[in-house]
Design a protein around this ligand. Structure first.
Ligand code: ADP
Ligand code: ASP
Ligand code: MG
Length: 439
């Protein structure tokens, strides 16, 4: 059985929903389909939560009303028969009433998660109902009954692997199982989510839990491109990636994949295919365990990076110095992305500056600390084994007139990363594309 995930744009209008239904029914094979909310919905739900948080009940009501009008139009356009129109309208109205009910009590963090979950609950109900109206044997699986995260917000794989398969009967005549991406329950049983963009992660986790034959991520572009198509001109799809290469690209900013979504598929050895809903016959990108040596595959960039630099003569010939520094980051639950060391200093980059002031204050005990904000990590991914000569110099050469704060190479076989100023990002990405991928 395959798991297919369709993102927000793929189900972003009644016509798109119809196209997706055609696409998933065509081959007659049984499959499990993970859906995001219709595009824009989760952003609006975030706005609604913000209104409630700031006490702006009228603002929340206005946004809910706008969403309600939009969905009423979608529902009117999607279904051909009144019983289906009425039933889905009733379901959606129930959700909008629910969103309005948060005006009646003090707003909590848990309420925000409950609000964010409504987009996927509505989109999956809409698509399942449409399939049923068309006479397709379809079943809606409640993700909240089998998707769970633990106390550290990590997927509770034991629970999911035990429970997700119970909802699927491979012998039944159900052709399409539909479920919600993104949403889950937490260790306390409350509604939660896998972070923004997390539907990819849902697909990968479920794929691993049901031993899927393949996980397909369907989106609005023909696979992973060799550079960010939002920033750089003339990018091209990469036909094949190793799991590790895809994970580096996703982590370092290739938005087509959620950063964590490769891990479950890799651990379970299930191939992942990135495909284009707007062009279903395009080959897309296949991600698996088969190494292809000797090429640079793609470039990605991660914004909003802060560099922290410590200069200290006490580092000279000392041991335990780095451990004490890392402990400070651990204490403030702040992951380090890049690190470069010399005998008299160490520079690190972080993407979460929430506790920056506290971290800097504690680091000052070790030496002089400086901070550079508005930085960006540029990550070049491919077969970068240290004994392959020339790859790193080609990347460096492309950046010859761009100030580079840090370079990280040799930590894995798959990447070389550069820390540059955010204002130089576009130029750096374009230079790398021109130098590394020009035919
Ligand atoms: P979905 O809503 O289907 O999850 P996303 O918007 O999350 O879709 O991801 C698809 C988008 O990712 C593309 O439209 C593209 O603009 C962006 N993107 C960024 N980097 C890359 C890349 N290297 N290759 C392909 N797409 C990329
Ligand atoms: N709907 C959620 C979001 O917009 C999850 C997803 O689409 O992957 O972040
Ligand atoms: Mg996405």
């Amino acid at each position: 059985m395959k798991v297919l995930k369709f993102g927000g744009t793929s189900v972003g209008s009644p016509q798109r929903m119809k196209d997706v239904c055609k696409l998933i029914c065509e081959d007659g094979e049984q499959k499990l389909v993970v859906l995001s909310a219709m595009s824009g919905t989760t952003n609006t739900l975030v706005e609604i939560s913000k209104c409630y948080q700031s006490g702006d009940k009228a603002g929340a009501a206005a946004l809910i009303d706008k969403l309600k009008q939009l969905y009423s139009q979608h529902i009117a356009n999607l279904y051909g028969t009144s019983p289906y129109k009425q039933n889905v309208q009733k379901f959606a109205d129930g959700k909008f009433e629910y969103l309005l009910s948060f005006a009646n009590a003090p707003f909590t963090e848990a309420n925000e998660k409950e609000i964010l979950a409504q987009g996927e609950l509505i989109s999956t109900f809409m698509v399942t109902s449409y399939l049923c109206e068309k006479g397709v044997k379809a079943a809606l699986l409640p993700a909240l009954d089998f998707m769970r995260i633990d106390g550290n917000s990590e997927p509770d794989m034991n629970f999911i692997c035990e429970n997700a398969p119970k909802f699927i009967d491979k012998e039944s005549d159900i052709q399409i199982y539909i479920t919600q991406g993104f949403i889950c329950r937490n260790a306390k049983g409350g509604i939660d989510n896998l972070q923004r963009g997390g539907s990819d992660y849902t697909a990968s986790i479920i794929g691993a839990a049901i031993h899927a034959e393949e996980i397909q991520i369907w989106t609005d572009i023909d696979g992973m491109h060799n550079n960010d198509p939002r920033v750089v001109k003339n990018t091209r799809p990469v036909r094949h990636l190793l799991f590790e290469e895809a994970a580096e690209l996703a982590y370092f900013g290739a938005k087509i994949l959620h950063p964590t979504c490769i891990q479950p598929a890799k651990t379970a050895g299930i191939p992942v295919r990135l495909l284009n809903t707007m062009e279903p016959t395009a080959p897309g990108t296949l991600i698996n365990n088969e190494a292809e040596s000797g090429s640079i595959k793609a470039v990605a960039a991660k914004d909003n990076i802060t560099a922290i630099n410590i200069k200290s003569s006490r580092m000279l010939l000392a041991y335990g110095f780095l451990r004490r520094i890392f402990e400070i980051f651990e204490k403030y639950k702040t992951p380090i992305d890049m690190i470069c060391t010399s005998e008299v200093g160490v520079s690190m980059s972080i993407d979460n500056p929430q506790n920056l002031d506290l971290i800097v204050r504690e680091l000052q005990e070790f030496g002089t600390v400086t901070v550079d904000s508005d930085m960006c990590i540029i990550c070049v991914v491919g077969d970068m084994k240290w004994n392959n000569v020339g790859f790193e110099s080609r990347a460096l050469d492309a950046l010859s007139d761009i100030p580079v704060h840090m370079i990280s190479y040799g930590g894995s076989n798959y990447n070389i990363s550069f820390l540059v100023k955010e204002e130089d990002k576009k130029r750096a990405l374009q230079r790398l594309s021109d130098k590394l991928f020009k035919k």
